[in-house]
Write a new protein. Structure first.
Length: 479
């Protein structure tokens, strides 16, 4: 009898211990009653004191919280000041008249933030090198990676059509985040078609199907845009209306082939600079010849600046491009990029399992736990040379660029830095991970992963962030 009482007492104490831990997420935990799966944990970094937990080792989808793993792995590999280089190379040299007797090759360096501004500097440096005419082709080489196999629905659909920019396809020779940009302005008078140009050129580089009509002042502006592929060419299909007194609107849509987009864009820029290319432009997966010499080069922005954009704007093109760069062999794919991050995570003490099929989190197969994500955050906290560049990529609810995080009390808004993740298909995912500071100045880490299923109701951000803010505020105030 005494043995049974002892077992009952031990079982009761275990339940009480779990209740004490879970009580730290008393508000968030109510989502479990609606059928949502939760993995949550909050703990102090010094002393490793757990303030609350709900199934902290449960493996769930982190969505774009994956990008925190990518950021940490990239900083570990290259350091905050690393820059990716894009080059124009050739086996030939320009003669005294500026004639280049051979192909001009763009060696795509995998810069995830290469823009037309960078390309213009590259073209100007080619002009400085004396090149005035290419007696050959412009070849865009994506030998490092590209075209990368699409493994998510949005990206696969983008090969034929796209009504967004976040599903951009991937290449080591991409420009403008793999998306076309066009500018729509009102026509001269009501009834006229709108005026459409490229965002960086007087004429649009891709084909335009313009059905936007100009309306009188203050009539309202409603624009719809879809990039479609017709007979092997990208076409931007525009419809709607724009008021005569409206400002020009920029529209971004994923291209069907980032390397081809690069070829068309660079060819147009060479023409503007007075550098003729006799045989047009093409793309290739071949590495530039071993004897090719550099005619012009441009370095991208430092990694720490790239990561600000990756994390603050949750840029999927940039995140997956960085993950592909982590792969040391050519012809990388998304899974290899994920495995490179997993290899980095394997060195984090007490992390536990992690499965990553992408660096962006767009892939629904990604899995980690709240305890694992917190182990990542804690490990970066203890790396003084990397932590400043890592923590600055997280957003404060008080002034973050994502307006939906601006909620909760003053305590939550000013004592927390976080990264969010969102998926809606095939199930709802709302994930949050980051750091907090207690009233006494102690550092803590927290992660909350909430996953739905086919029968759970719609999950809004207010459903997750509002209760989480209340729970974290209590932890911050009492420690």
């Amino acid at each position: 009898m005494r043995y049974r009482l002892s077992k009952l007492l031990l079982f009761t104490l275990c339940l009480l211990s779990l209740t004490v831990q879970a009580s730290g997420f008393a508000q968030l935990g109510r989502l479990a009653d609606k059928g949502f799966l939760i993995s949550a944990e909050a703990r102090l970094i010094d002393g490793d004191e757990t303030l609350g937990s709900i199934e902290p080792e449960r493996q769930l989808s982190p969505a774009s919280v994956t990008k925190a793993y990518l950021a940490a792995a990239a900083l570990d590999r290259w350091g905050p000041q690393h820059r990716f280089t894009t080059q124009l190379v050739s086996s030939a040299s320009p003669d005294a008249e500026g004639l280049l007797r051979g192909d001009l090759i763009l060696d795509g360096g995998g810069d995830p933030a290469l823009t037309t501004e960078d390309l213009w500097r590259l073209v100007q440096r080619l002009h400085q090198a004396g090149v005035r005419m290419v007696e050959g082709r412009l070849l865009v080489s994506q030998w490092r990676f590209g075209p990368v196999e699409c493994i998510t629905t949005d990206r696969c659909q983008a090969r034929e059509r796209s009504a967004n920019a976040y599903s951009a396809l991937l290449s080591s020779a991409g420009v403008n985040y793999g998306s076309w940009c066009i500018s729509v302005a009102p026509g001269a008078a009501p009834g006229d078609p709108s005026r459409v140009t490229g965002c960086d050129s007087q004429a649009a580089i891709l084909r335009i199907d313009n059905r936007v009509k100009t309306r009188p002042d203050n009539s309202g502006t409603e624009l719809r845009a879809e990039r479609v592929t017709r007979e092997g060419h990208d076409v931007m299909v525009l419809s709607g209306q724009i008021s005569t007194n409206a400002r020009p609107r920029d529209i971004y849509r994923a291209s069907s082939d980032p390397a081809d987009q690069m070829a068309m864009t660079l060819l147009a820029m060479l023409d503007q600079a007075g550098i003729a290319v006799r045989d047009g432009a093409d793309t290739t997966q071949a590495e530039p010849p071993a004897g090719a010499r550099t005619l012009a080069a441009v370095d991208g922005k430092p990694l720490q600046e790239l990561l600000l954009r990756v994390m603050n704007y949750s840029n999927n093109f940039m995140a997956d491009t960085l993950a592909l760069n982590l792969v040391e062999t050519p012809r990388a794919d998304l899974r290899l990029g994920g495995l490179a991050i997993e290899e980095f995570v394997a060195g984090i003490p007490d992390h536990g399992p992690v499965t990553l099929f992408s660096g962006s989190g767009l892939t629904t197969e990604n899995r980690t736990s709240a305890r694992g994500a917190n182990a990542l955050l804690a490990s970066m906290f203890h790396r003084p040379s990397l932590f400043p560049s890592f923590v600055v990529t997280l957003q404060s609810p008080s002034n973050g660029v994502m307006r939906f995080i601006r909620r909760g009390s003053s305590t939550f808004q000013h004592h927390v830095m976080l990264k969010t993740g969102t998926l809606n298909q095939p199930v709802a995912v709302r994930a949050v991970s980051g750091y907090f500071r207690t009233r006494s100045g102690r550092w803590g880490v927290f992660t909350a992963l909430v996953n739905g299923n086919g029968s759970t109701p719609y999950l809004s951000w207010s459903d997750v962030l509002d209760p989480l803010a209340v729970d974290l505020e209590r932890m911050i105030d009492t420690h």
